[in-house]
Design a protein around this ligand. Sequence first.
Ligand code: PMP
Length: 400
Amino acid sequence: MEYRLSDRIKDLKGNAIREIFKLLQQPDFISFAGGFPTKELLPTEIVKEITTDIMNGKEAADVLQYGGTEGYMPFRKTACDYVKRYGIDGIDIDNVLIVSGGQQTIDLMCKAFVNKGDTVLVEDPTYLASLHILKTYEANAVGVKSGEDGLDLTDLEEKIKKYAPKMLYVVPTFSNPTGRTYSVEKRKAIAEITYKYNVMVLEDDPYSELRFEGERVPSLKSFEVGDNVVYSTSFSKTVAPGLRTGIAVGPKEVIRKLTIGKQAVDVHTSSLSQAILNEYIKRGYVDERLKVMIPVYREKKNAMIEAIKKYMPKEFKYTDPQGGLFIFGEFDKSLGIDCETLFPEICKYKVAYVSGVSFYADGSGRNTIRLNYSNATLEQIDDGIKRMGEFFKDIINNNK
Ligand code: PMP
């Protein structure tokens, strides 16, 4: 059978990280590739306690029944209050859509705003799955230069003028892949520039709670000038990714369109997951558990930075994030190191990174890699970076 596939999926490659999962099944393999939370930190006992209470309560059958696409009503109300943590105030339930993870918000935003060929601006580098989603919608993804404290505003404005993009997609706090955070000034300026040029912004924020150093920064949405920012957060990194639940907050008109888009995809997010998270928040577990999680992530990040200093070649430059799950590193282009081509080779050493090429809209960044520190033990971090360091030192010496 010759399948007559759609243009949008025909040439689309699998998500690089999803593909790497297959390799990880080998014994002794150390992966710095995915973005999994530390398994031991997943709140199995709390979820067990809450689920039992829900099933013993009067809402038991309701959460097993079909629900509204907008979300489970008690949870939508809780969500309005919850997002005050991010400086988002003065909203009501019609500003909120409960989604099946932050990934779905990206998809629904594209579904609502992007026609084939429309330009969407992204940070260079950006979250790889956003590029995957943009390809699915046949968008023209264009990268905006970025530095220590966020997008390069001159480049942003120039690209807005040049491409008249429909949307800007950003991860302003502990970005995936760099771990960097935008300054307050940059957030304000981005809010102003995008409003001025009628560009919708999707602010994706799954990581801001995982801060192990420095001061909290309010969301970009909290600096919104007009109604052009949709804020997306998720419970995947703060509670458990398996619950597949997130919150999208935006102008009512936009939330309505996202809701219509969602009706066709999964009808609604699991009501049981929403009811569990509703109780999890109300019982004060979010902050209680973050107090336990953050020191673990801090220790792992520090261990990885130490291991990089100890084992990686001196030509390797890397970010040192104040939170989140990732370190991003690069080799000077003059060294001619192609981390994409080298990936199958390094896997023979039973250690994996994600090649940075997956995070660049224009397919550049072959000299870069992303490293995750949350899914490995401290011993594995030391051992894995050691293997990686030996591998890259050999490559550099052989290239000389
Ligand atoms: N956005 C970013 C920036 C992410 O890193 C991730 C997860 N890796 C997601 C969205 C999707 O997360 P989820 O759907 O589990 O909320």
